[in-house]
Design a protein around this ligand. Structure first.
Ligand code: SAM
Length: 311
């Protein structure tokens, strides 16, 4: 059943630089930069992140990187259920204490990933439980994502049979530009195609380093992705498509024709060359067309045609 407790009565504690310094001094915590521990200390932007996500009491929310629980606590007030994941046991403890009164929060202590291409099984189980508790709602990813795992988290969630309905996250600006890039842009890569073939995407706001503590070296951005189920349904085989896109962009400097011929068996195989020529003819592609010129929806059709002719 969806939890309807009203937690909006008392305002959340303020996560400022002074608050964090004081808290970390009290508990003897030192920041681990390798884990992307840059805390959002601009309260207006925490508001903006939450508002842009449009969380309702019917929704289940996944947060990756609980930190001290500042965003978690806000999400708990707005959502039906929250699953929050934190790898650092010292921060997990702080977050747990912060949301102790929120009985709709499930904190998973551990790595959100179980390898590069897989989410941790306990996270997947927690997500499914949260979804079951919010049958009328959506699954939303809302997070100030740790930079080190932002790409695999989003990519792996989009590879699930039931991914998020919407994601509103802070990531490095460069990554935000890749996530939202259109064909032909210098940022366009495998991630742009993987996201662009399933989601509508937009950069909500560019964030300067000063809104985090400690300050990162580069700008960040809030990005919103909205799943478009009809477009996603046109992908014949998600895992195969994901691998195809990654393989092609591994060789982005090369013309795509050569890469496809190699994928089809190599130029010594006349059938491989013939199959690729047929795909090129079907799509009206020029001999020198590069992967970065092909929009996501055309990639979906091209991949399907390629495997129909090659398999
Ligand atoms: N949500 C907090 C905030 O907005 O202030 C903290 C966000 S901070 C950018 C990222 C958090 O993710 C850190 O607390 C870090 O320890 C955690 N983290 C890093 N790698 C992780 C992983 N692989 N799995 C789960 N949490 C991770």
């Amino acid at each position: 059943m969806t939890d309807t407790t009203d937690r909006s009565a008392t305002p959340p504690a303020r996560q400022t630089t002074a608050y964090l310094k004081d808290l970390f001094k009290q508990v003897g915590f030192t920041i681990d930069a390798r884990r992307g521990q840059n805390f959002l200390v601009d309260l207006n932007l925490l508001d903006l992140l939450e508002r842009s996500a449009g969380v309702t009491p019917a929704d289940a929310v996944l947060e990756v990187g609980s930190g001290t629980g500042a965003l978690t606590e806000r999400l708990a007030r707005a959502a039906g259920r929250v699953v929050t994941v934190e790898i650092d046991p010292r921060l997990a403890q702080l977050a747990r204490e912060r949301v102790i009164e929120c009985d709709n929060v499930h904190l998973v202590e551990g790595d959100v990933l179980a390898g590069k291409h897989r989410l941790a099984p306990e996270v997947l189980t927690a997500i499914e439980k949260a979804r079951a508790a919010c049958p009328q709602g959506r699954l939303l990813l809302v997070a100030n994502l740790p930079y080190c795992v932002a790409t695999p988290v989003i990519s792996n969630l989009l590879a699930l049979p039931r991914p998020f309905d919407s994601a509103t996250v802070t990531v490095q600006r460069e990554m935000a530009e890749r996530m939202t890039a259109a064909a032909g842009s210098h940022s366009y890569n495998a991630l742009s195609v993987w996201i662009g073939s399933q989601c509508r995407s937009e950069i909500v706001r560019i964030l300067p380093p000063s809104v985090f503590w400690p300050r990162p070296k580069v700008d960040s951005a809030i990005v919103r992705l909205d799943l478009e189920p009809d477009r996603r349904a046109r992908i014949a085989d998600l895992e195969r498509f994901h691998g195809f896109v990654r393989d092609i962009f591994c060789h982005r400097r090369k013309v795509m024709r050569g890469v496809l011929i190699r994928m089809a068996g190599g130029k010594q195989q006349p059938a491989a060359v013939e199959a690729v020529e047929a795909v090129y003819a079907a799509f009206g592609l020029g001999a020198t067309t590069r992967a970065e010129e092909i929009p996501p929806d055309q990639f979906v059709e091209l991949e399907r045609e390629f495997f129909q002719r090659v398999d």
